[in-house]
Design a protein around this ligand. Structure first.
Ligand code: GLU
Length: 483
């Protein structure tokens, strides 16, 4: 039987890293098995679902490279299917309408609390007579549909991550609500556990791979599969992602959605690589890999039960590895949006040659893409501010003469298109002035960059020269020499 798995996000927020990691494990398993990966949007909760979140989820999955084979399917368009299933359960006497008011339910919980009992529905409307039902309906009470859970049942499954799992049905909180706002003639609004089971059955899902926070739902859903006469799929419950303090990563930790990580300048392959390591380790202990490589090696044997701690240093390290491997061409494409956002002026087409040189120059220092904004600022403006150290440097004896000699060469049409030409000019000026090469290099750096630190001097100069900024800066530095 061909493997069919699904990711079923609820569009009540942006694509969360936990959901994305679950999607990733589904994708890896599907690709490893040559199976199908299905995308289903669980938007039955209309009051909290929003189209912009659906958009964010689709874009996030695509950006990460988690292409799906079928879907997106929307639960909101499949309500009839769920209603049919609920009707079947009602017809078979496996579900019933219950009419408890919120006040009655609250009083029941209070009474249980007073006796130190765990809160649960006591199934009091399970066996209402037709007369009692009619009386509640005549009162205008809204109903819920409850699915019967027999307390003496023991539910077990072999979890692909956690091994043998056992649940006492008596711990599931009593008969379970599968639809609300029902009336005598209408089934009302189908709820999550029912819709999931109907969909997983209808979509012939063979493996349900989801976060361990769904374990209790799995126990309930197994009972529903059985009641609906469906084959029960296999289950794999993946570990939670924890913050550095060991608690479940949440909105309070700041960054949690994939679009946040994208904005922070992480590349998709680095983030996907990192997320794969959140709970799984390849058999060869390799840390840098593509998703295709990981898919070849993926199995649930190597997924941990314990929560996976989020490690920013490791993500940064992986991201830098990916950034350093990018070609100047690709890196330039990734940096252009950041340069644009910083309002640097450039023409992405005519300036492309020097933009690529700039990307190649700053690339090796980058951990996250936005760092390129600060590192490349002085290539986009004709003039620079001088640091105190740079000012002191150009005020040293002999520096004015060095700068004048360089300027004279530039004005005489010296063309600096290659590193060799720059080096030759530096050697020539050093000899002609009878000074040390270090003095020339330091002074050039100060004059061109306004600072004593920065990227490679020769490569920087080549870029500035193409922009005509070198001459402007030498002229300005000369005005500082005698200040
Ligand atoms: N909509 C559920 C969620 O976002 C999916 C649960 C499932 O995979 O069954 O958590």
């Amino acid at each position: 039987m061909s493997v069919r798995v699904r990711i079923a996000p609820s569009p009540t927020g942006s694509l969360h890293i936990g959901t994305a990691r679950t999607a990733l494990f589904n994708w890896l398993f599907a690709r490893h098995q040559g199976g199908q990966f299905i995308l289903r949007i669980e938007d039955t909760d209309q009051s909290r679902s929003r189209p912009e979140f659906t958009q964010n989820i689709l874009e996030g999955l695509q950006w990460l490279g988690l292409n799906w084979d079928e879907g997106p399917f929307f639960q909101s368009k499949r309500l009839d299917l769920y209603r049919q299933a609920i009707q079947t359960l009602l017809d078979q006497g496996l579900a019933y309408r219950a009419y408890d008011t919120p006040e009655e339910l609250e009083a029941m919980r209070e009474a249980q609390k007073a006796k130190n009992l765990a809160p649960r529905y006591d199934n009091r409307h399970r066996n209402l007579t037709p007369e009692q039902q009619a009386a509640f309906e005549a009162e205008g009470r809204p109903a819920v549909v409850r699915f019967k859970i027999e307390d003496d049942r023991v539910i077990t499954w072999n979890d692909l991550v956690r091994g043998r799992m056992t649940w006492q049905a008596s711990d599931l909180g009593g008969d379970m609500v599968i639809a609300r706002a029902a009336t005598a003639t209408d089934i009302g609004q189908p709820l999550y556990n029912l819709a999931v089971v109907v969909d997983d059955q209808d979509m012939a899902i063979t493996h349900v791979i989801r976060g361990e926070d769904h374990i209790a739902n799995t126990a309930k859903q197994i009972l529903l599969y059985e009641a609906l006469g469906a084959a029960v799929p296999e289950f794999a419950h993946t570990p939670l992602i924890l913050n550095t303090a060991g608690q479940k990563l949440s909105k309070r930790d700041g960054v949690t959605s994939i679009s946040d990580f994208q904005q922070m300048g992480f590349t998709a392959p680095a983030l996907a690589n990192y997320m794969t390591l959140l709970g799984w380790s390849p058999p060869d202990a390799e840390e840098l890999f593509t998703l295709a490589d990981a898919a070849e090696k993926f199995s649930f044997d190597r997924v941990n039960k314990a929560g996976a701690k989020f490690d920013w240093d490791k993500l940064d390290w992986l991201n830098s590895q990916y950034l350093h491997q990018l070609s100047a061409n690709n890196l330039t494409d990734s940096l252009i949006p950041y340069w644009r956002e910083a309002k640097y002026s450039f023409d992405p087409e005519t300036d492309r040659p020097w933009l690529e040189q700039l990307a190649a120059l700053v690339g090796p220092s980058l951990t996250r893409l936005p760092e390129a904004v600060g590192l490349s600022r002085f290539f986009f403006t004709p003039t620079v501010e001088f640091s105190d150290a740079a000012k002191t440097q150009v005020q040293q004896a002999g520096v004015a003469e060095i700068l004048q000699a360089i300027l004279a060469a530039l004005k005489a049409g010296e063309s600096l298109t290659q590193a060799d030409a720059v080096k030759a000019l530096v050697t020539q000026v050093t000899k002609a002035q009878g000074v040390k090469k270090g003095l020339v290099m330091r002074s050039l750096r100060a004059a061109l960059m306004g600072d004593m630190q920065g990227p490679d001097l020769v490569d920087s100069w080549l870029i500035l020269h193409q922009r005509g900024f070198d001459q402007t800066r030498f002229e300005y530095a000369l005005t500082l020499c005698s200040e």
